[in-house]
Design a protein around this ligand. Structure first.
Ligand code: SF4
Ligand code: SF4
Length: 466
């Protein structure tokens, strides 16, 4: 394919999904400020030396694959600048991370046409191609997505499907997902009425897809329908959002993970987990929550609690982690080489921790970038993640009567300027057009949140008392 055609294809894919913002190297462990994030991650990683990859815990899929409990989420690859100053995946670092992961027992790599500005599949494919094909499983997705009620064409979908093979340099996909299905109507618009589901089932028969599933963000009615006889597809696996807070306390219109997992488990459908760390929020916790976790397991990292929770239920096939830094990968390897399952008492303890976390008024943004690009250039995740970081760190200037107000105000404003990507814009540029909201899997009312933050910023800038 000619380069310009390929670029056009990427742009089209991104436009349809609503993705495509410059994804920073913000990590699953942190909240968007890269240096700070790396520091936090390092602080939360134990000092236990190198994990023994031969001890990796594996689970068995429907077709008998031995899948590592730690799955590599390829949504947040490290970035670097190319010769034109553009952000591009840092292929050298990616190769190093994938080599290390494979050498330590990780064999499941989850990507999508829209991850990393549309460059994840290619970068992942380059790194994996350097290893024998039978040493790893590739998961990727049909990322077509339009507005509610928007039909997606068969040609466009097949084009996206075929391009995944090209980018990943493979002639079969091990785990293929319908990406981010929200319910019956979305399934009909994107996969049923255009004949794509029949096409994919034939591809499976032909061996080019080994296992077929879907990833879910939506409401219970839609989830139930997708598993029902009315939908009628014998799914091999389903990808759900699950962590120890969302287990009982899913945000917005999302369904508690306890229900999602339970429905899959009783049907014997393996669950692939996304957001086991809530997009990093469960490792960037307030100090007293960290102290609570450390008091029960001084050696374990804060993140290890979340991954042990994710890995304990037997119906979990793999838990995906977007490990941007080697420290994250090494820490997670310790957690799963081998997994030490949580006891009932541990689970009760984590529910108490979840209650502590819920007291903090963070915005449930997972830094997924699905809301981007904003047509007015607003850096939605950058703004929300800076806000969350200050809430969690206890550095919000909450009252102009606070003795520390001047320092907190200054730090918030400086941090805000830094948090917003240099090529994007601050909350004051939000027009309230609402283009972004339908794409948010966490059901955040984005313009309302941005307007609230913008008013807060303006009060701080003007020094208005509050
Ligand atoms: S509502 Fe605001 S943030 Fe969302 S797309 Fe419109 S301008 Fe951008
Ligand atoms: S606002 Fe929603 S869509 Fe945008 S990055 Fe956050 S979680 Fe993702």
């Amino acid at each position: 394919m000619k380069t310009e055609q390929k670029d056009m294809r990427r742009r089209d894919f991104l436009k349809v999904l609503g993705a495509g913002a410059v994804t920073s190297a913000a990590t699953l462990y942190g909240c968007g400020d890269n240096e700070k994030t790396a520091g936090n991650a390092a602080a939360n990683v134990g000092t236990r030396g190198e994990a023994d990859g031969s001890q990796m815990t594996y689970r068995t899929s429907k077709c008998g694959d031995k899948v590592s409990l730690l799955g590599y989420g390829c949504m947040r690859w490290p970035m670097t600048k190319d010769s034109k100053g553009e952000d591009v995946p840092d292929q050298e670092q990616i190769n190093r991370l994938i080599d290390y992961a494979l050498a330590h027992g990780v064999n499941y790599f989850d990507t999508a046409p829209v991850y990393v500005r549309g460059l994840s599949e290619q970068a992942t494919g380059i790194a994996l191609k350097r290893h024998p094909r039978d040493k790893y499983f590739i998961a990727t997705k049909l990322s077509t997505q339009g507005r509610a009620g928007q039909k997606v064409s068969r040609e466009f979908s097949i084009d996206m499907y075929r391009n995944s093979f090209k980018e990943l340099q493979t002639d079969y996909i091990d785990y293929y997902l319908l990406h981010n299905v929200t319910g019956e109507q979305a399934y009909r618009d994107r996969f049923l009425e255009n004949g794509m589901i029949d096409f994919l089932l034939k591809e499976k028969e032909a061996g080019r897809i080994r296992q077929l599933g879907w990833s879910f963000h939506g409401q219970q009615e839609g989830f139930d329908w997708l598993l029902s006889d009315a939908c009628g597809i014998p799914w091999d696996f389903v990808q759900i959002q699950m962590n120890y807070v969302d287990w009982k306390h899913a945000s917005g219109a999302n369904v508690p993970a306890e229900y999602l997992y339970g429905e899959l488990h009783k049907r014997n459908i393996p669950a692939v987990l996304m957001e086991p760390l809530q997009g990093g929020r469960l490792s960037a916790l307030p100090d007293h929550v960290v102290t609570t976790l450390k008091s029960r397991d001084p050696e374990g990292s804060v993140a290890s609690w979340a991954f042990r929770f994710a890995g304990t239920p037997p119906g979990v096939l793999t838990a995906l982690s977007g490990m941007t830094y080697m420290e994250h990968l090494q820490d997670n390897l310790h957690t799963y080489c081998p997994l030490h399952p949580l006891t009932d008492a541990d689970n009760a303890f984590l529910e108490e921790v979840a209650q502590l976390i819920l007291k903090y008024p963070t915005i449930p943004c997972n830094n997924c970038d699905y809301c981007m690009p904003c047509p007015y250039g607003v850096d939605i995740p950058g703004i929300l993640l800076h806000y969350n970081k200050c809430v969690n760190e206890g550095t919000m200037p909450e009252s102009s009567q606070d003795p520390n107000y001047r320092k907190l105000r200054r730090d918030y404003l400086i941090g805000y300027d830094r948090a917003v990507s240099e090529k994007l814009r601050q909350a004051s540029h939000c027009t309230g057009c609402n283009e972004c909201t339908p794409f948010c899997p966490q059901y955040i009312r984005i313009p309302q949140q941005l307007q609230r933050i913008d008013k807060f910023i303006e009060d701080l800038r003007q020094g208005r008392p509050f």
